[in-house]
Design a protein around this ligand. Structure first.
Ligand code: NDP
Length: 417
């Protein structure tokens, strides 16, 4: 099976390592903006896999550049692990070239000052009640186009979204008649030794974290100020951590796809040093995406900041500790209320030894490969655009264990107030 991977950053590095371990993928073309990164990865992997590996340069913002590459390589499936800005262009190119599409993050506009985008965004904020710059409406709108072409688009197969949504489908299938409350807890107990760095693309990460929080309750969105809701939780493998309520993309798809759900919240842990730096950078305007003139040339503050911060892909060797990500579900089984917690604990140094990347890239890259493999093998193929919780979770859960992300079901967990 021919796979085209677009992007060659932290997540892609892990996804490609894992694709090389899966005999389903016989030919893999790695294409990104900087071809030298793709070539360096092929050098590392070529003697460890039977897959034929090639590389290419592609500008994923250019439909023509993507279509030319896809028509030449003829992939069965395209795994998009570039940035959310490129989602729609890559989906358009897949439709044109006849390839299935897989990604790990929903569409986000790069230029949030574009008046055409802003008009649609502001209408959506009013109608739906949340102000995040990203939402699924753009990609869900491709449903009929993928159906007409008989192609599958699988959205959001990272860890969160991705595994957290598959955990939900699995809990509903095996443990509950109805799920009423979902708390998604994302804990990174890793320490990279820098006062401030982001574990994945800084632009995407900082935009997400500095935005308003929100959660789904009784059929509608409830918005909060950034970091307004704080809780403490004692995470297996990590210990006690502060965590904060954020808006997160899987809340939107789970609210649509899980019948009778009453509340969905997402919490992420942050240390005081991270929050202090982020607040300071925001207060001085360094998180802005609006270009400013500096010494005669235009610069985008957050892009300049990205150039100064450590490259997330370089954090692997220095990060120690564990991540713990999972979901606490409360619902009804046979008329009785019950609660379970499904989670994975992952060790940064073990991930680094295996793939050269830290656990945040690892916990995203492994599920990216699994979703791609299920689409490619036909087990998860259905013409149209779907989120991962809309498929049978069992083969995905089996592969999580097999490819390095074993999970635990705790049937008597501590809940979050
Ligand atoms: P990186 O910034 O490390 O890598 C992005 C890659 O995309 C780089 O190789 C970059 O090329 C390439 N790229 C960017 N723009 C273009 C373009 N126009 N054309 C071609 N290639 C391009 O990001 P990560 O690996 O950390 O993240 C990848 C994706 O995974 C993101 O969408 C992120 O939101 C998502 N993610 C999802 C998570 C989940 O759990 N669902 C968790 C973490 C991340 P270059 O090297 O030239 O810059």
């Amino acid at each position: 099976m021919k796979l085209l991977v677009i992007g060659c950053g932290g997540v892609a590095t892990v996804a490609i390592h894992k694709c090389c371990q899966n005999p389903l993928f016989t030919e893999i073309c790695i294409a990104s903006r900087t071809q030298s990164k793709c070539d360096a990865l092929v050098e590392k992997l070529k003697d460890k896999t039977s897959a034929k590996l090639t590389t290419a340069t592609v500008d994923a913002d250019s439909f023509d550049s993507l279509v030319a590459l896809m028509k030449e390589f003829k992939p069965h499936t395209v795994l998009n692990v570039a940035l959310p800005y490129q989602d729609l262009t890559i989906m358009d190119a897949c439709l044109e070239a006849g390839a299935n599409y897989v990604d790990t993050a929903n569409y986000e506009a790069e230029d949030t000052d574009d008046p055409e985008w802003r008009a649609i965004y502001e209408k959506r904020c009013k109608e739906k009640g949340f102000t995040a710059y990203f939402d699924y409406s753009w990609q869900w709108a491709y449903m009929d186009k993928f159906k007409e072409k008989g192609l599958t688009a699988l959205l959001g197969t990272g860890f969160d979204p991705g595994v957290t949504s598959v955990f939900t489908a699995y809990a509903l299938k095996h443990y509950f008649d109805e799920i009423h409350y979902i708390d998604i807890l994302d804990c990174n107990g890793g320490d990279h030794g820098y006062p401030f760095a982001t574990n994945f693309n800084p632009e995407i990460n900082l935009r997400e974290v500095s935005a308003n929080g929100s959660y789904w309750e009784d059929g509608k969105w409830v918005e909060t100020e950034p970091m307004e809701i704080k809780r403490e939780y004692n995470f297996e493998g990590v210990g006690m951590k502060d965590m904060y309520l954020l808006h997160h993309e899987e809340i939107e798809s789970l609210a649509k796809n899980i019948p009778n759900v009453k509340r969905i919240r997402f919490f992420m842990t942050f240390g005081q040093s991270y929050l202090m730096h982020m607040n300071c950078l925001q207060n001085v305007g360094m998180l802005s995406t609006t270009p400013v003139m500096f010494e005669g040339r235009e610069i985008v503050p957050i892009k300049f900041l990205k150039a100064l911060l450590p490259d997330p892909a370089s954090l692997g060797p220095r990060t120690v500790g564990k991540t713990n990500i999972g979901c606490i579900f409360t619902g009804i089984k046979d008329g009785k209320e019950k609660t379970i917690y499904i989670y994975n604990v992952c060790d940064h140094q073990e991930c680094y030894k295996e793939t050269g990347a830290q656990a945040v890239s690892y916990t995203t890259g492994v599920p990216a490969m699994i979703g791609t493999a299920l689409v490619a093998s036909g087990e998860w193929s259905k013409a149209g655009v779907y989120n991962v919780e809309e498929f049978d979770p069992d083969p995905y859960m089996d592969m999580l264990g097999k490819y390095g992300l074993p999970w635990v079901v705790d049937e008597n967990p501590v809940t979050v107030e």
